[in-house]
Design a protein. Sequence first.
Length: 225
Amino acid sequence: MKRLQKAEKIHAILDDLYEDPPIPLDHKDPYTLLVSVLLSAQTTDKRVNLVTPELFRRGPTPQKMVKLEVDEILSSIRTCGLAPGKARNIHALSKILLDKHGGQVPADMEQLEALPGVGHKTASVVMIQAFNQPAFPVDTHIHRLAARWGLSNGKNVEKTERDLKAVFPRESWAKLHLQIIYFGREYCPALGHDLAECPICSWTATKKRIAEEAKKNSPRSRPRK
């Protein structure tokens, strides 16, 4: 089956399972979304949603966030991964938003990526979820599923993003980004996953990949404790 044919069938399955997938990070505007997505690197969305109410109570806008010391920001997000660096970046980007963008989050990919701690994936999420602009954020989880499903042979997320954009309609990218994330969590985890039983892997993954992952997940292949 060709990639385009696979993509069409996968798209239909995901639409059936997740007709209206919610945005997993709690936020009220582009600024709080930007900070939440920045915090989500190497941290679960659930954890981010636990720490942001206190953070945004103290610093709901760039104007109020810059008035906090970096250590004050850190005290609110300490349980997130890479918290010290994230605290510095949140303070720094808030100041840049005030100095260069009138206190507003720019609806521009290049300007977003120029902010401290904001990479391409974070900028892409903000573009689609805050500004409804076409983008297809690819994190390590979507990268893994695209490879399992035979939609990309990319060695990095940049190549995978280009491959996914080529096989899915532009107007569906924002929704598909969320659908794939939810599918991965519910049906297609990284470890302990039986590809032969998965609603998508069972017909998209090659026999070679199914055998390789079965071997990797077998008890004998796991390191002894």
